[in-house]
Design a protein around this ligand. Structure first.
Ligand SMILES: [Ca+2]
Ligand SMILES: [Ca+2]
Ligand SMILES: [Ca+2]
Length: 206
């Protein structure tokens, strides 16, 4: 993927190199002198890489999904790690031990249209059920905003044209994907009201 990671007006390439449970984030430039490696950062068991501006400063943060233990949780599990790449270095931004629940997939999207990406997680809630939870950047980390109702058969995220979908295990075409619908009402005084729903394709047409 290609983006101006450090805000100097030139785009870099960011890629994830994986081998035998280990991985590296690699930043490449493709200037007039050819392709050069600008930086490399090792991460354990990465399985997801995505860019998105979660804090609204106009520069993308780097989201890496990793599968590892943490100092606060000795069970290996998926965890969301956020980095900035600035002045030639990867700077850890928020290396989370966990979200509200254990999760199987991650995605970034700006579904409420405020110019900042939210973090979406496909969370396990037991007995084969999962839900979609949404988090947003606040201060020094992500805060939970809302969760959808739990249901069976939710498999993984996919995105297109600024929308976010959840693929399901149900084979029938009409229900192969559900659209993630997220709305937030900002209030001046107390907390925002946030709602997240999984919308069937039939409801999408209305
Ligand atoms: Ca740059
Ligand atoms: Ca940013
Ligand atoms: Ca947003």
């Amino acid at each position: 993927m290609r983006a101006d990671l450090d805000g100097d007006g030139r785009k870099e390439w960011l890629t994830l190199v994986r081998a035998a449970g280990r991985g590296s984030l690699v930043v490449l430039s493709d200037g007039p002198d050819g392709i050069a490696v600008l930086a490399r950062h090792h991460v354990r068991a990465p399985w997801h890489l995505e860019l998105g501006d979660v804090d609204g400063d106009g520069r993308p943060e780097i989201l890496v999904g990793v599968f590892k233990r943490s100092p606060l949780d000795r069970m290996p599990a998926n965890r969301p790690f956020f980095y900035d790449w600035t002045r030639g270095l990867f700077m850890p931004r928020w290396l989370a031990s966990r979200l509200a629940r254990r999760f199987s997939d991650l995605a970034l999207a700006d579904l409420d249209g405020d110019g900042r990406m939210e973090l979406y997680a496909l969370e396990r809630v037991g007995r084969g059920q999962r839900r979609v939870s949404v988090y947003r950047w606040k201060g020094f980390g992500m805060e939970w905003l809302a969760s959808s109702r739990a249901q069976r058969d939710l498999r993984s995220f996919c995105g297109a044209a600024g929308r976010l979908f959840v693929q399901t295990r149900i084979r029938r075409a009409r229900n192969a994907v559900l659209r993630v619908s997220f709305h937030r009402v900002q209030k001046q005084s107390d907390a925002d009201t946030a709602t997240i729903r999984l919308v069937t394709p039939g409801a999408m047409r209305r």
